[in-house]
Write a protein that binds this ligand. Structure first.
Ligand code: NAD
Ligand code: TYD
Length: 354
């Protein structure tokens, strides 16, 4: 399917910025609109290299603002929406669940309804609404080798995953009720450049650099399935253009890591790149109280997207993690900027506070 005008929400965030960059470069004839509220997690510095491209447009807006969103869709003749904007950090959802319901549930519903009001009149033909979801909606696995498939029952545990699951249900309801051409993908943990340093990998790399303690939740035995963010962006491109309406696609790298083992890789690699004795910083590991309701294990079966759409990761984990660790160590200015909050003041001056 070929689109004229693609609206990407949350394009100033971690994954969204990789999707925007890929689309702007790959589709010079398609208008790419990045709608982002620029919360603490949104940073236009992530998109410096493409901000002047003629097919790219940034709009500072809140997905919960119905009239603004509908106006953007109508005025720009948007025929495809890739919805990434969300509150994304599990720990924050535990302390502020209302915010997660507002943004992740009501924000998604607002976007769906705004699109319906425009597209139902224009006709559904050639339109696509794409929901970017997470493997966390499936709940937690035991250490038994099982994997999440597209038919695994939703069983979310955290306020974050409950809100994402609820949003996915609304997306399916809009397909079943109104006939909206929707598609959903559920991806595992992403890693790579431009991730806000509240998440495990960038937080720990920043702490290693300054020899600060590394807070490992519980015993560090929880397992996550890590995928390089650029490979997620490539999968999103493929699903948007070739995925079937009303289908779900799981995306993951068959790459499970126990947290503590991954943390040791981070320390050893960072030490080597920083010219320190390898493993010198292992004593920074500090076991702290476990996260409430901490899901034990996530692991994705991505056979469907591989066999039906021909997707496979472009880098191995060894390549991706080395690239990522180097990137954070070489972009301390980016980390300093986002951790100091300087960028928020800069954007408020430029775009006001919506
Ligand atoms: P992120 O926190 O880095 O970025 C979220 C972006 O959304 C930010 O730019 C923020 O400014 C914007 N935003 C937040 N609230 C908004 C609002 N009300 N209106 C407009 N914009 C708003 O998140 P991320 O890690 O890039 O995740 C992006 C999406 O991918 C999310 O939907 C998340 O659930 C999903 N996902 C993430 C992962 C992961 O490992 N990070 C894995 C699977 C799925
Ligand atoms: P995170 O990056 O927050 O992603 P998610 O919770 O969405 O999987 O956390 C990845 C894993 O690392 C998760 O099991 C929680 C753990 N973790 C820590 O042990 N310490 C930390 O400081 C953080 C942020 C996460």
């Amino acid at each position: 399917m070929k689109y004229k005008s693609i609206l990407i929400t949350g394009g100033a965030g971690f994954i969204g910025s990789h999707v925007v960059r890929l689309f702007v470069n790959k589709y010079p004839d398609i208008r790419i609109i990045n709608l982002d509220k620029l919360t603490y997690a949104g940073n236009l510095a992530n998109l410096k290299d493409i901000e002047d491209c003629p097919n790219y447009q940034f709009v500072k807006a809140d997905i919960c603002d119905f009239e603004t969103v509908r106006d953007i869709i109508r005025r720009n003749e948007v025929d495809a929406i890739v919805h990434l904007a969300a509150e994304s950090h599990v720990d924050r959802s535990i302390t502020d669940p209302f915010l997660f319901a507002r943004v992740n549930v009501m924000g998604t519903l607002t976007l769906l309804e705004a699109a319906r009001q425009v597209w139902e009149i224009e006709g559904w033909e050639g339109k696509r609404y794409y929901q970017i979801s997470t493997d966390e909606v499936y709940g937690a696995l035991q250490f038994d080798g099982t994997l999440f498939t597209e038919t695994t029952r939703y069983d979310p545990h955290s306020p974050y995953s409950a809100a994402k699951a609820s949003a996915d249900h609304f997306v399916r309801a809009y397909h079943d009720t109104y006939g909206m051409p929707t598609v959903i993908s559920n991806c595992s943990n992403n890693y790579g450049p431009f991730q806000f340093p509240e998440k495990l990998i960038p937080l720990f790399l920043n702490n290693i650099r300054f020899r600060k303690p590394l807070p490992v939740y519980g015993k560090g035995e929880n397992v996550r399935d890590w995928l390089y963010v650029v490979d997620h962006a490539r999968a999103i491109d493929l699903i948007l253009h070739e995925g079937q309406v009303a289908e779900t696609y799981n995306i993951g790298g068959f790459n499970e890591w126990k947290n503590i083992d991954l943390i040791k890789v981070l320390i050893q690699t960072a030490d080597r790149l920083l010219g320190r004795a390898e493993g010198e910083d292992l004593d920074l590991i500090t076991y702290v109280a476990d996260r409430k309701g901490h899901d034990l294990r996530y692991a994705i079966d991505s056979t469907k997207i591989a066999t039906e759409l021909g997707w496979k990761p472009s880098v191995t984990f060894e390549q991706g993690i080395e690239l990522t660790i180097r990137w954070y160590l070489e972009h301390q200015d980016w980390l300093d900027n986002v951790t100091s909050g300087d960028y928020l003041q800069y954007y408020e001056k430029m775009y006001g506070n919506c």
